[in-house]
Design a protein around this ligand. Structure first.
Ligand SMILES: CC(C)(COP(=O)(O)OP(=O)(O)OC[C@H]1O[C@@H](n2cnc3c(N)ncnc32)[C@H](O)[C@@H]1OP(=O)(O)O)[C@@H](O)C(=O)NCCC(=O)NCCS
Length: 258
């Protein structure tokens, strides 16, 4: 197992800790996970998920912190005629430490960057405000509250919040804070790049200086301002561990890289 905290493709080695954590009645209370949890429930769950992944119906991940399994998350409903939907739970001993928020952020990156889905939905009992909060913190918006019709989830008739996020909403949520502050000359180059079909893969801030903004593009620069504005520096790093080229402003130091 890797020691880096993140989400990892579900594998048979995860069945043991899933069996222990999913047997907690607090997990069953707000999900369709049964209680009492069957004796080999986790083994069957993992086997089913591996089958679903091979068939292109679902991608499910173990959430690991320093090699310890703290929860499970994934997207299902990827088959023809189905609607993609998130699912997730965190083991009760690990609640309230930001794991679900973090895991969903990584899962959405995978859904929109790797699977290239246009949108994904989620459902949560209204009586589960922590779950709704985690979704809204990741940019989901409420679309409806409807009575539950799924007896496996909970009592029929209980209000269920339906939420959804599109690719454009996800990008705005991920990149909005950085772009709102980006140096206007870098913003001009960025806008020209986006208009030319380039794509943002990463935004961030606080590095290399505390007031820095960082934006990285997927492809090499397609539009080259000529001359480069005097307030900006253009450099070709061609470093396989960092990036190929960058425009940067000096103070504050903002970086547009590709
Ligand atoms: C819901 C669940 C996934 C949350 O996981 P978590 O790792 O504890 O979540 P996080 O720590 O990332 O974030 C929880 C957020 O909800 C907030 N929250 C917790 N209890 C709350 C409550 N009663 N009312 C409102 N907000 C609440 C927290 O303050 C936090 O928000 P903040 O960061 O803005 O302060 C977890 O409790 C769980 O697995 N529950 C059982 C299974 C489940 O319900 N799965 C989801 C099915 S839709």
């Amino acid at each position: 197992m890797s020691s880096t905290t993140g989400i990892y493709l579900l594998a048979p080695e995860h069945a043991g800790p899933i069996q222990r954590l999913a047997a907690d009645p607090r997990i069953a209370a707000t999900t369709s996970i049964p209680h009492p949890y069957p004796e080999h429930g986790a083994r069957h769950f993992v086997a089913q998920q591996l089958e679903d992944r091979a068939a292109g119906r679902a991608w499910v991940f173990a959430i690991l912190d320093r090699a310890e399994l703290v929860g499970v998350c994934g997207v299902e409903g990827l088959g023809a005629g189905e609607s993609p939907e998130l699912g997730y739970w965190i083991g009760a001993p690990f609640w309230g430490q930001g794991y679900a928020t973090f895991a969903l952020r990584m899962l959405l990156e995978f859904i929109f960057t790797n699977l290239r889905l246009d949108a994904v939905g989620a459902r949560s009992l209204e009586a589960n405000p922590a779950s709704v909060r985690v979704l809204e913190k990741n940019g989901f918006r409420r679309i409806a509250v409807r009575p539950n019709t799924d007896p496996a989830l909970h009592a029929v008739g209980e209000p269920v919040v339906h939420l959804r996020i599109t690719r454009a909403e996800w990008q705005a949520h991920r990149d909005g804070p950085a772009l709102a502050q980006l140096h206007p000359l870098l913003r001009q180059i960025l806008d020209a790049e986006l208009a030319a079909g380039n794509e943002i893969v990463e935004t961030g801030g606080g590095w290399p200086d505390v007031d820095s903004i960082f934006v990285r593009l997927r492809d090499q620069f397609r539009t080259r301002p000529d001359p480069v504005p005097a307030e900006l520096t253009y450099a070709e790093l061609n470093d396989p561990h960092w990036w190929r080229a960058e425009y940067s402003s000096r103070s504050p130091r903002h970086v547009l890289a590709c």
